[in-house]
Design a protein around this ligand. Sequence first.
Ligand code: SAJ
Length: 443
Amino acid sequence: MIIDLHNRIKNLNANLAVIGLGYVGLPVACEFARAGFMVLGLDILPERVDRINAGISPIEGAEPGLQELLIETLQSGQFKATTDYTELSNSDIILVCVDTPIDRSRNPQYLSLKSALESIASNFRRGALVIIESTISPGTMLNVVQPILESNRNYIMNKDFFLGNCPERVMPGKLLKNIRSVSRVVGGMTPETAEVMVSLYRHIVDAELDAVDCITAELVKTVENTYRDVQIAFANEVALICEKVGGNVWKVRDLVNKSPGRHMLNPGAGVGGHCIPKDPWLLASSVFESNVSLRVIPAAREVNDSMPYHVIHLLEDSLESMGRAIADSRVLIMGFAYLEESDDSRNSPSQALVERLKAQNAEVVVHDPYVNGYSGSVLELAKDSDAVILMVKHTEYKNVHFQELRSVMRTPILIDGRGFYDKDEVQTSGMLYRAVGIAHTLP
Ligand code: SAJ
């Protein structure tokens, strides 16, 4: 049965379905359609499906080529979207690209995943291949995915259907580019399944495709992001040490990275986004109920989550030196997105900062050139403020003129959360400069 599927993949006459038409599902659906497959996109949101069928990409932010590719694949008839999950009965291959957040106790919250799996279980046909692209906690394929797919119609995996996990490696702003150019781990519940999956993804991926078992695929994706989180936490702790002992973490980092095999990442005002704050908990949760006690991974999360509050400490200290307090101060936050040149503010460190400042009775104003509702003039918004806090290194913020800024502020304090500005330049303008990772020396 899987040999037949393999042949149909080679000949491009396997029918594909992609469940979840977000920043993972929509690009991959369009790429497989461009490759020549008939692709059916499924989503639970009718308005999203209607927009997509009208040729309007629902993905916010600049995604080079996606809008054009969507229109091309709709016009060629290779791709269409629907909310009708019964159409899954016509699919040979079903990709699942739904969100897999964590809940308040940091366990995986699989509502979307389980709903998609139940829809598949009720509709898929014998011989279908199901591939999970969502990031999942190690053990999920065996303990969650397989049982739900076998729960209906008495199907048995590897007899009546086939199952794999090919974690996405997309990056907002370069969704299509990453699909083509970034290697993928291809996890199959059997080696034969992994081999068939490699032949499928070879149609859209130019980079390496590494066939593995599913537990390896689940581990690789969660570990690669946890690795990044721990590395950032290390840089943040070094920043705190530098502040205390009189150093400049940016200079230290540059020189450390001259040492062979060192690649210290950037410290900063916090870690946001849809992946890095979540994936370490997906990894850690796989051993929550065991005798494996994790210390580094949770501690790294705690360090990174504390950084917005460290920025508040720098602000408090600066205001105090000018005879002011946070309460009744007016603060301008520069940058609300989680990442430079992005409009995505999911889990943004600025959210935590704004909430805490407001709780301390500060008047908070936010600017971000990419995030709806926060555009405008930095100079206008800085008027009568007691501090400006740089939270995101959007290129636009390089144009800030410190003398002008100082002239409109009530108290001229600049807190640099990303090592974005030159301390001497800021201080020469007469502003008080404090930065994450740079010891405070009186001007
Ligand atoms: N950050 C730091 N210091 C750093 C790097 C990032 O504080 O040295 C902060 C950023 O400001 C941001 C957060 O961490 O708030 C996340 O930044 P990121 O560069 O990791 O961007 P993400 O969250 O979009 O990460 C994604 C991940 N890709 C996938 O999950 C498929 C990650 O594995 C990639 O390394 C990253 O994109 C990338 O650089 O492509």
